[in-house]
Design a protein. Structure first.
Length: 275
């Protein structure tokens, strides 16, 4: 497992510091992976919404400065509520950015912010529009890019069902490029009576492309990954038992002491990993 940080944790610091300085600090605190999240990339991005694009020259300069770090690119893009053109400029630009930053294992995480009224419990519950993610995955696979999906309003089991059904529309080789970014704490907020960690444990390991750790206490965001509403120690042990070897990103809330909270999160997980 590769502990990492995400750039949307640095919203406060980005107002006056260069992104490279923040990546350097995260690396000094123990991060080995950086998730480059749209809207929190400084000069490495331009535009908003449908007009957002990664600035490839700036991204190249950034990642070349940190040869010992791994990176992925994360994009907020409604792709479960409407069909998206795999050959269209927004997706192609994102794939190009993911390839540029990802080295030997390029990875694009797609976050669909659209809310859904009900969880998907069976294939018939999945909207036809959402299954078009198979077309995006086919194109990503053609270019050798891992595609991971997230929707904060749906439980892990529903997103795993989507990936299962989308994979059924792909060749086995293509399907291996499509997976999930589970965030159990998001699920606990929306479905407090559910057991998101049991659902995480049920996901096939090859579907887990990247995971997010975060913590809440009494439903409110907590500044570091430790004890609270989410049993982060249990989550860590589940991932270890499953043999997950990918990025585990600390989604630390923006704060003036965000890097201290990042260090504390790494220390907590390291301590429970060896317990």
């Amino acid at each position: 497992m590769i502990f990492g940080a995400i750039t949307n944790s640095w919203k406060l610091q980005l107002d006056g510091q260069d992104l490279a300085e923040l990546v350097k600090e995260a690396q000094a605190r123990g991060a080995r992976h950086i998730e480059l999240r749209q809207t929190c990339l400084g000069t490495c991005e331009s535009g908003e919404g449908e007009d957002w694009r990664p600035v490839l020259s700036q991204l190249a300069t950034l990642v070349q400065s940190f040869p010992d770090l791994a990176f992925d690119l994360a994009m907020s893009w409604p792709c479960l509520t409407q069909p998206r053109d795999p050959a269209g400029e927004p997706f192609q630009a994102a794939l190009q950015g993911a390839k540029l930053v990802g080295g030997a294992t390029p990875h694009l995480r797609l976050v669909d912010p659209a809310p859904f009224e009900h969880a998907w419990e069976q294939p018939a519950d999945i909207p036809a529009e959402a299954l078009h993610v198979a077309d995006l995955a086919r194109e990503a696979a053609r270019q050798g890019v891992i595609l991971s999906m997230e929707n904060s309003g749906l439980p892990i089991r529903s997103m795993a069902l989507l990936v299962q059904e989308a994979r059924a529309r792909l060749t086995p080789a293509e399907g291996q490029y499509l997976g999930l970014c589970p965030d159990p704490t998001n699920q606990l907020r929306r479905y407090p009576d559910s057991d998101p960690l049991a659902e995480l444990d049920a996901v096939p390991t090859d579907m887990l492309k990247i995971v997010h750790f975060k913590q809440a206490r009494s439903g409110r965001a907590h500044p570091s990954v430790d004890t609270g509403d989410m049993d982060c120690a249990r989550m860590m042990h589940i991932l270890q038992h499953k043999g997950f070897a990918g990025p585990a990103v600390m989604e630390i809330p923006p704060d003036a002491q965000v890097f201290d909270h990042l260090s504390a999160s790494f220390a907590f997980l390291e301590s429970v990993a060896s317990a």
